[in-house]
Design a protein around this ligand. Structure first.
Ligand code: HEC
Length: 115
């Protein structure tokens, strides 16, 4: 029993710790310079990206591909994101997982209009 409680506490620490680390990673790689959390800027907001790709079971891989290969004309004519070759595959995956988790956080508030 003691170990179960301890294990749960450690798991919580790891989860909250990694969510924080992922946001830091997104900041470090300048994602948030063009993608604000809530509102569209140069690129779509992180919340909107999250909602779009969370609905796709290959969403994580697609986000990784956008980071590595860039994107053009998807969210509007003339919109473009350059490939970010400096972001490692592992970092891209961590950021993708973090972006997808944002839709989950937004879900309770958005639930009434969602269905
Ligand atoms: C220099 C500005 C800039 C930076 C830096 C940037 N993006 Fe983008 N991003 C954009 C723009 C503009 C678009 C829209 C491209 C389009 O419409 O095809 C976009 C599109 C995207 C998309 C696809 C959205 C969709 O609806 O298809 C994802 C995912 C994404 N960015 C993630 C990231 C991540 C993660 C990072 C950091 C590693 C990042 N971006 C850094 C400007 C940027």
């Amino acid at each position: 029993m003691k170990y179960t409680v301890l294990g749960f506490a450690v798991a919580c620490l790891l989860v909250s710790g990694s969510a924080f680390a992922s946001e830091e990673l997104a900041k470090k790689n300048n994602c948030l310079t063009c993608h604000q959390m809530e509102a569209a800027g140069l690129g779509p907001s992180m919340k909107d990206i999250s909602k779009k790709f969370a609905a796709d079971k290959e969403g994580e891989q697609k986000i990784v591909t956008v980071i590595q290969k860039g994107s053009k004309d998807v969210t509007g004519p003339g919109k473009m994101m350059a490939p970010m070759a400096n972001v490692s595959e592992a970092d891209a995956k961590t950021i993708a997982t973090w972006i997808l988790s944002l839709a989950g956080e937004a879900a309770p508030a958005a639930a009434p209009e969602a269905k």
